[in-house]
Design a binder for this molecule. Structure first.
Ligand SMILES: *[C@@H]1O[C@H](CO)[C@@H](O)[C@H](O)[C@H]1NC(C)=O
Ligand SMILES: *[C@@H]1O[C@H](CO)[C@@H](O)[C@H](O)[C@H]1NC(C)=O
Ligand SMILES: *[C@@H]1O[C@H](CO)[C@@H](O)[C@H](O)[C@H]1NC(C)=O
Ligand SMILES: *[C@@H]1O[C@H](CO)[C@@H](O)[C@H](O)[C@H]1NC(C)=O
Length: 428
């Protein structure tokens, strides 16, 4: 016992910087409950909301597998699985700041897809667990399934925060397209006038525009999650359209299957050969470019495009846009970000659509074997999404992004950072 007291005493007084933390530093603890695992992020900010290092990096990050959704029948076990993450995250935050440090959990794809009320039961168990086991600032509404719109908003906040454009006029901010597996998110700031002209949506549908105050400035944000238009979902839609016959987007000579959301699709290239031109036409159908548009301007599938403007002119694209650009040699493998033009995706597609399943790995040495049958399809999809979907000129410069250089360190521009910035902005 005495030994323990002495060691606590030593810890308290000898640990570098723990007693000297200024009162006006802020922390935020954000759980990202994803489909394959749970991760906790701890961020620290100074009084101006500039990031401070936590250890060696600008965040403390810890991950576990599996995700909450694999405990569908045992909500308490799901909640308990977060214990090691919570304890380690709490240990990073100075004790005297626990009570004012927000604790947020956002669940993404995996939990959204659980049948019935299984996801609500898991979230209830997590709320109960946080309430009783954590000394951080807990609120029931901070434990939730993230709507696609929120994911887009947080991603927008994260990137604009790291670029230093928050707090400025909306026309200095950048737009963000995040191409995930299941959905693609578009988010950008719009003018007062565009916000006033936003179309009404029916009950139960997320509205197109949300107003957010971040770092003291109010923004009207267009944010839309195009469900089933993520890269993996779009493959399924595209294959479903060709109904098991030869598909003009599939790599020459490939025969196999593709599974998405529990459905198995037949995958085979046509006898007449892979064709970029016919793949483009099929991809425009997949995107429903020609769907009726009841608003002034639509992107695709009848969805309002936000009206464009200064917040859209400078565009940053992430996630699969980055991965596919690396695989196909459009950008260098280790680049944190790079300038490209949409036409680069089409130029790469020309080569991918001509390759065969036997030579595609030597043509594109960085390709992941699982993507080999789909490189032509993925590149054509990304080009068509940008140009025909979002209306971007094929020659306009955009930026493909994975990380942002922030004060000499590379920081991942992911939603938990944007969430932390927004939470702390709203608490100030
Ligand atoms: C889930 O649904 C079941 C039956 O439909 C019900 O008994 C149970 O109370 C619900 N649980 C929650 C957390 O809503
Ligand atoms: C913000 O930008 C718009 C468009 O560029 C401009 O009309 C407006 O005056 C600017 N507002 C401020 C406060 O600078
Ligand atoms: C596949 O296409 C059929 C017919 O067009 C449609 O009814 C079905 O919902 C589609 N399935 C998927 C998983 O997209
Ligand atoms: C809206 O559509 C019109 C007519 O098709 C086009 O000229 C304009 O550039 C579009 N604006 C945006 C922001 O997409």
């Amino acid at each position: 016992m005495l030994k323990q007291i002495i060691s606590y005493f030593l810890l308290y007084f000898l640990l570098p910087n723990s007693p000297s933390i200024p009162d006006n530093d802020n922390y935020a603890v954000i759980f990202d409950a994803g489909s394959t695992g749970s991760r906790v992020h701890v961020f620290s900010f100074d009084k101006n909301l500039d990031l401070l290092p936590v250890g060696q990096d600008y965040e403390f990050l810890l991950a576990i597998k599996p995700g909450l959704s694999s405990y569908a029948n045992d909500p308490n076990a799901a909640a308990q699985s977060l214990e090691p993450l919570l304890k380690k995250a709490e240990a990073v935050v100075p004790k005297e700041l626990h009570a004012v440090t927000p604790l947020r959990l956002g669940a993404t794809a995996g939990l959204r897809q659980l049948p019935g009320n299984a996801s609500e039961a898991i979230l209830d168990a997590v709320r109960d667990f946080f309430k009783h086991e954590s000394s951080l600032n807990y609120r029931a509404e901070w434990v939730s399934v993230l709507q696609g719109t929120d994911e887009g908003v947080y991603e927008w906040v994260a990137i604009n925060y790291l670029l230093g454009s928050l707090g400025k006029n909306y026309s200095s901010t950048v737009g963000v397209v995040d191409l995930g597996g299941g959905s693609v998110q578009l988010a950008y700031a719009i003018s007062d006038e565009s916000a006033a002209n936003a179309p009404e949506v029916s009950d139960g549908v997320e509205s197109y525009v949300t107003d957010r105050v971040v770092m003291g400035t109010k923004y009207h944000l267009y944010s839309h999650s195009y469900l089933n238009y993520g890269l993996r979902a779009a493959r399924a839609q595209n294959l479903n359209l060709s109904r098991g016959n030869g598909n003009p987007c599939v790599t020459n000579g490939y025969q196999g299957t593709y599974q998405y959301n529990g459905v198995v699709y037949k995958v085979s290239s046509p006898a007449s050969g892979t064709s970029m031109r016919r793949c483009r036409a099929l991809t425009r159908k997949t995107l429903r470019i020609e769907a009726p548009c009841s608003h002034r301007n639509c992107s695709f599938n009848g969805v309002w495009n936000g009206g464009g403007g200064d917040g859209f002119n400078n565009l940053y694209v992430t996630s699969f846009f980055y991965d596919t650009a690396v695989e196909s040699g459009i950008i260098e493998a280790n680049a944190a970000s790079a300038k490209v033009r949409p036409i680069a995706y089409r130029d790469a597609a020309k080569r991918a659509c001509q390759a065969t399943i036997d030579n595609i790995r030597s043509t594109f040495p960085l390709i992941d074997g699982r993507d080999a049958p789909f490189l032509c399809m993925d590149l054509v999809y990304q080009f068509t999404l940008l140009v025909d979907g979002f209306g971007i000129d094929p020659l306009q410069e955009i930026r493909v992004l994975k990380q942002v250089d922030y004060k000499g360190s590379l920081v991942e521009a992911a939603w938990p950072l944007g969430c932390a910035v927004e939470l702390l902005s709203s608490l100030k």
